[in-house]
Design a protein around this ligand. Structure first.
Ligand code: ATP
Ligand code: MG
Length: 169
C-alpha cells in the first residue's frame, strides 16, 4: 500500500485553493492539475508498506493542539520535465512542529521516511510549463483539527486518495 499523512481541507478552503489551481491552469501551456478532491497538504510520505498498522499506531500517539495553517504565496520547485507549482505556508507556522513530531513518531515505529528538509506546500500542478511568476497571495487561513492517513491508488485518469484513519488534534 502507498501511504502518506496529510491535512485535508474544508469546502470553503478548497474553493479558494482550486481557484488558484484554475488560474495556474489557464496560464500554463502544459501540466497536470489535481482534481479538487485531491488537493491536500502532505505531512509525511510513508511510501510503500505492507499494511497500515504501524502508521496508524504512530498517528494515534500524536498529541498536538489545533492551529491555524496560514498560506501566503505561490511558488514552484524546478523540475526538468516541467515544474511543480504549489501554494506555500507562511514561515514559522506550527505545521513545522507538527511535522517534526509526526516524523519522530513514524521513526519510532520503524517506518522509512523522506530525509529531505520539509517544505510545507499544497501542489497545484505538476510538469507545468508557464510564464507566470511566483507571487504572494492574500493570506489564506485554515483551522487544522485533524491529520489523516491516506491511501494513494492509481485509477484510470489519475490518483485516488482514501482516508484510512483520522487523528483528531
Ligand atoms: P503522481 O505520483 O501521479 O504525480 P501523487 O504524487 O499525487 O501523484 P503519490 O506519489 O502517491 O501521488 O504521492 C502522494 C502524496 O505524497 C503527494 O502529496 C506527493 O506529493 C507526496 N509525495 C510523494 N512522494 C514523496 C516523497 N518522496 N517525499 C515527500 N512527499 C512525497
Ligand atoms: Mg508522486
Amino acid at each position: 500500500m502507498r501511504l502518506f499523512s496529510a491535512v485535508l481541507f474544508d469546502e470553503a478552503t478548497l474553493d479558494v485553493i482550486s481557484s488558484y489551481r484554475d488560474q495556474l491552469h489557464d496560464a500554463s501551456s502544459r501540466g497536470r492539475f489535481p482534481k479538487r478532491d485531491n488537493l491536500h497538504l502532505t505531512l509525511e510520505f510513508q511510501g510503500e508498506i505492507d499494511n497500515p498498522s504501524s502508521a496508524i499506531r504512530a498517528l494515534s500517539r500524536l498529541e498536538f493542539k489545533p492551529f491555524d495553517l496560514v498560506m501566503d504565496r505561490i511558488g514552484f520547485f524546478h523540475r526538468p520535465d516541467g515544474d511543480t507549482w504549489w501554494i506555500g505556508v507562511e514561515a514559522d507556522n506550527p505545521v513545522m512542529v507538527l511535522q517534526a513530531r509526526l516524523h519522530r513518531l513514524f521513526m519510532e515505529e520503524g517506518l522509512s521516511l523522506e530525509k529531505r528538509k520539509y517544505v510545507p506546500h499544497i501542489t497545484l500542478g505538476r510538469n507545468v510549463v508557464t510564464d507566470a511568476p511566483a507571487c504572494h497571495i492574500a493570506k489564506l487561513s485554515f483551522h487544522v483539527t485533524s491529520v489523516s492517513l491516506m491511501l494513494s491508488e492509481r485509477e484510470d485518469g489519475g490518483m485516488r486518495y482514501t482516508s484510512l484513519y483520522d487523528r483528531d488534534l
